[in-house]
Design a protein around this ligand. Sequence first.
Ligand code: SAH
Length: 230
Amino acid sequence: MPDLSNHFDPELAPSREALFKSLRRRSIASERALQAMREVPREAFVDDDLRHLAYEDNALPTSFGQTISQPTIVAMMTTALDLQPDNAVLEIGTGSGYQAAVISRLANRCVTIELHEGLAERARAVLEHLGIDNVTVLTGDGSVGVPECAPYDRILVTAAAPSAPDVLLSQLRQAPGSRLVAPIGDQEYQALTTIDWTESGWKVQREGSVRFVPLRGEAGWSNTDWRMAE
Ligand code: SAH
């Protein structure tokens, strides 16, 4: 696992400390998830003009009207995934690549797919620059998963999905412990949802309300006007 400590901007150290103190105090995340986040320089994933805001607990804009998720949300998602060192993970919605970088610290490998070529290219470049070599960034419609790399132990959807389509669930390893995490709901608000494989069928749990940009593509929202944003 690469040591990323020389990529931290010393000027951001105070805001970084404050962020992790607050995340820890609010007990919304596992210690392991927070440790993995601490090891990843979030400033490397945000646009240069927003670098000073890298450790504010906010979502930040990326190209194509998309966002890098709020640290609180990344902490909650990473915790919900309950990653194990041997896990193969699929992330749908690479965006900046930050969430994938956090996953890379806790799992064996991560395939992540992004609809917008420009975002995928950028994420790929940042991950390579940091020396993170167990993440593969693909370009395309991930709403139907990436069957050629299946099965996965975990699937994470980081865009608001109308449902958990069978096509995604079918790419999870059919074994205890396999889990899909996704914000499922309408285009305004979603429930952070975990779906576990069990011997007797899928077990669905819904947690807090979250807000994500919409999942587009075949199994996403039908008004696929995302092409117009390019
Ligand atoms: N995980 C990201 C944040 C994701 S925001 C991070 O850590 O920064 C949601 C992303 O999902 C956006 O970049 C959007 O372009 C992408 N997206 C939306 N629909 C998609 C689809 N069908 N397939 C792949 N990516 C999609």
